[in-house]
Design a binder for this molecule. Sequence first.
Ligand SMILES: *Cc1c(COP(=O)(O)O)cnc(C)c1O
Length: 820
Amino acid sequence: MIKSIDIKTLATLTSGKIIVQGEAMAIQHVITDSRNIIFESQAVFIALTGPNYDGAHYIHEAYHRQVRVYIIQSIPTDIHEFQNATFILVEDTLKALQALAIYQRNHFMGQVIGITGSNGKTIIKEWLGLILATKYPIAKSPKSYNSQVGVPLSIFGIAPYHKIAILEAGISKPGEMTVLNKMISPNLVIYSNLGTAHQEGFETLLDKAFEKSQLGNGAHYIIYRKDHLPVSKALEERFDGAILISWSQKPGSDYTFSVKKGPEYTKIMLIKPDFSLFTFSCSFSDEASLENICHVITACLTLGFSEKEIQSGLQLLKPLEMRLTLKQGIHNSLIIDDTYNNDLEGLKVALDFMQVQRPKKRKILVLSDFLQVGAGAELYNEVSKLLTQYKIDHLYGIGDNITLVGKCENFTSEFYPTTDDFITSNLNNTFDHDLILVTGARTFKFEKIVNYLQQRVHGTTLEINLNALTHNYNFYRHKIDASTKIMVMVKAFAYGGGPAEIANHLQQLKADYLAVAYTDEGVYLREQGITLPIMVMNPSEESFFQLSKHHLEPVVYSLNHFKLLGNFCIQENKTISIHLDLDTGMHRLGISLEEIPDLNKLIHHYKLPIVSLYTHLAGADEQIHETYSIHQLNKFIEMTELISAHLTYKPLRHALNSAGIISYPQYQLDMVRLGIGLYGIEITGKEKSPLKSISTLKTTISQIKTLQKGQTIGYSRKGIMLKDGKIATISIGYADGYDRRFSNGVGFVLIAGQKAPVIGNVCMDMTMVDITDIQANEGDEVMVYGEGISLQDLASSIGTIPYELLTNISSRVKRIYYVD
Ligand SMILES: *Cc1c(COP(=O)(O)O)cnc(C)c1O
């Protein structure tokens, strides 16, 4: 919510011109995404644009949902059809959004803390927020909303009653920080550190350090670690020493920092040049956490917190789970796990995420007390409004104060004093095909509730990063023209990723088409609420009825197959839209050049609408087959012309898979078929690591054994200890999809970031790994693959391709999905 402004002021602020004037109203809400329209009255929709995205396309949707004020940068041709709407024309809609943010920021009277740097920004923000909230009402950017668009949205979340706002600033190219600085206009800045991530737009690390240092313009204080050289150089050159507050492990800074690690606690000491000493203790001992904590402590000291207040705040810090996670729940429910979130802005983000999930019977919210200063009737009243606007059906409130939400006619509610009371009241049978959001303060231990509602709790999980999926999708989206459609292959359990959530996410990304191999896969997607058009590549005759019932579009791959389907349609008096697979050299399925005259007769006879014509390349991923690929592509075009010549309409034409998009974009035609690339693997190797790995396969250590030299491990006694050492038995085996060819040292896993080779044969449900030189405990997490372990390397170590590893992950492995 923003400070209310009238339309004239809105136009002045954004340097815009009112070109169509509708009814007068005061604006209180800003919308940039038409999917998340909740507060439609008194809202302005700002049509942001990107290289392949134009917010103006969503004006219809927004209008339909009762939004009446628009900021646009190009005039829609049908502008006069929007009765009663106001249109403000600006030069650049992003700048308009930012101008609004600057205005809002300038009306905030409290302190603003800005955080920049490469790593740790979000953790510092969250930890600092936890400690400051023990004394003041605070606002902070939700998750990592730190970009050119994210920062304005974070600023709109600051309310007049807040005393401190903590905002993150992230950049990816030169020039961006000046704008962020104007919007955030921080009183205090924390500059965390400088990694090599996002190096792209910058010549040198120092350039990047300088760019980021601009967040400090106008600030009263800037906190930084003097040991980070480019950071200190940039800051010390640019700013007056009086505003710089440095800390370091070496003498010569404002605070000299030292740690003593004990078995349970780490003692932290900060000494000022006048020898005044501050001591703290915390439960963290890793370097990254200690660095983040030191930034937090220094900021708290600067803001006038006492040693005692800081120490009691440090007790609250726990490792952060910043992610919103989607898990399969009991009785076909879907759980959104947001167990570490305790403010209104965070709740909104989670409710937005809930909004775009697949339709379920009821929307249920499990919510704890808000543990922050100033959380009274007013705040709970806001919660009640939010739940109404997001159409929540039922609220389970846990805690003493949450009852202040009170009765509301728009949703039902039940209250429990504690988390255990909720769990022991045996509610599990009341859930059925529901969407359940679980969110609350850490001290309420809501992970217990998530465990209770989860379908599978066994150790091995495949975690899918939906943000990475978006990133990969956009990477390919940018490789082709905006007018070219994208069909995404979600066959084979969406390459192991789990089809329902991935298809739903693609639907949000506005993909044009989905494709599966078999009818059953398509039926499943329909049952899960997926509405995108779906092509089925290999539909058997027995499944024709299912196809038509679920509006699935079959591929016809042979003349005989065409006749079977055509006759089915005549008998059942149905029309089914089809796609034709043309064989240009793959020699798998498909109709060949010689068959085209007969094909044309069948097309004429059965009159089934042809949505598309396609072919598949046999060697798009390998340079050596370039001539063959080009030959296939030209032959395809020739074949489509022979077919189209007899049609009164033009079917879509498509030929490129992921590798083809990279190698032969000039043949993108009307549509491309994206597969493995979406799942994070650039199979041609031509593009240097542009994709993000989307999945992480994790398991846990069940048992650790100390063995002596010569003892053998596992079946057939294949593993032999070459010296005295330790092994760990981990909960994954070939039945989970951990290939047996990884046996005897071929494969390895990561434990505490270190490589542990497989020792002995991989068993059906378990595997033993050598952890002789690794510090580990039973129950610890084990990474089987993900960031840091290349799937391509793993695949080639056992003579296969990443496709096989991905699709082999058993369906008994729990899939969870997250956004971060
Ligand atoms: C699987 C498949 C694709 C996608 O291939 P990738 O190499 O995963 O991009 C495209 N077209 C057809 C016909 C397919 O079977």
